[in-house]
Ligand binder design. Structure first.
Ligand SMILES: NC(=O)c1ccc[n+]([C@@H]2O[C@H](COP(=O)([O-])OP(=O)(O)OC[C@H]3O[C@@H](n4cnc5c(N)ncnc54)[C@H](O)[C@@H]3O)[C@@H](O)[C@H]2O)c1
Length: 307
């Protein structure tokens, strides 16, 4: 197996699971966000750019049966500020990885898309896969392009590809330093006994899915028919509810501060995941309260590093 982005939050958790299942695992990650220490010693790490020429050499040399492509620029705000830089990594990087995989005779690719951004403001919630897609950000547009390439490589280049539209993933190892990942951001502030800042009124809802459940969906995707699948819980939870639950778990009794709303933030988002469940039997196993407790416990045991 080759996992791009395997030094990151979801990728390193997937690598642990794949090694546990007995797979040989190779990681390609430029370590721009991911951390070398997060890559289990049993995996071979190539520090390389997914949009660069090394990828073809690495895939040809390692000859993985499957490529799971998770490497990406993950900040929506950065994609708005610099759509071209986002597209270089998220679109060209994807085409580069898929091309290298098809040329090396890889049997399957699994791609990380984004259920929180490809639909835009949805008229049906929880949102099924056949809902119209209208991404509001270059990041979402790039993820939709990634899915399109997945279909094209399945149909014309002999590389069966599954795209997973992930909801809002949370859990241990998520960076609290970006714009994404409100649970990691709040948990880190609470750990430092600081008051989290809620953008806007905090009524925005998201579908929070625990990282181990996402990893289980990725493992299921290794044998699924090529298609696009939502991966979430179908449950909407507001930012205020997240803050309250985390504050309670952290034993802190102070209300959040409110800042200005973030322009372009969706009001509501949750995914209908019946397609994946029907195809594989997958369903999320970790309830939010338990996932939050596990996240806080992991953070207390190994405080995040970096700025
Ligand atoms: N976390 C979420 O809620 C969520 C939701 C939907 C989709 N996704 C997708 O899941 C994937 C993994 O996200 P994550 O949350 O683990 O983020 P992450 O930032 O922890 O992981 C991404 C990894 O990609 C690496 N990377 C970035 N640019 C690269 C490049 N040019 N070449 C090689 N490696 C590069 C980073 O170093 C990092 O290790 C991404 O594709 C992301 O878009 C995540």
């Amino acid at each position: 197996m080759l996992v791009t982005g395997g030094a990151g939050f979801i990728g390193s958790t997937l690598v642990d699971r794949l090694l546990g299942l007995g797979h040989t695992v190779t990681v390609v990650d430029d370590l721009s966000q991911g951390r070398r220490e997060q890559v289990a010693p049993g995996a071979r790490l190539y520090p390389a750019d997914v949009a660069g020429e090394w990828v073809a050499h690495i895939v040809a040399r390692e000859r993985p049966e499957t490529v799971v492509h998770l490497a990406a620029q993950i900040e929506v705000g950065r994609s708005v500020a610099d759509p071209l830089a986002d597209a270089r990594i998220n679109v060209l990087g994807t085409v580069n990885v898929l091309t290298a995989a098809a040329e090396a005779g890889v049997r399957r690719a699994v791609l990380a898309s984004s259920g929180g951004t490809v639909y835009g403001e949805a008229s049906v919630i929880p949102t099924p896969e056949d809902h119209p897609t209208r991404p509001a950000s270059p990041y979402g547009a790039a993820k939709l392009a990634l899915e399109g390439y997945g279909t094209a490589f399945t149909q014309s280049l002999g590389l069966p590809t599954v795209s997973l539209r992930l909801a809002n993933v949370y859990g241990p190892r998520q960076s609290p330093h970006g714009e994404a990942g409100v649970i990691a951001i709040f948990a880190e502030r609470l750990r430092r006994r600081e008051v989290p800042v809620v953008n806007g009124d905090g009524g925005n809802t998201r579908d929070y899915v625990y990282v181990d459940d996402v990893v289980a969906a990725m493992v299921a995707a290794l044998t699924l028919p090529p298609d696009v699948y939502n991966v979430g819980t179908g449950v909407e939870t507001s930012v205020i509810e997240i803050h309250q639950a985390l504050a309670r778990l952290a034993g802190i009794d102070a209300p959040a501060r409110h800042g200005p709303p973030r322009p372009g933030d969706l009001r509501r988002s949750a995914l209908d995941c019946r397609r994946l469940r029907a195809a594989s039997g997958w369903k999320p196993a970790v309830p939010l309260a338990e996932g939050l407790a596990r996240t806080l416990a992991a953070m207390a045991a190994a405080p995040p590093t970096g700025s």
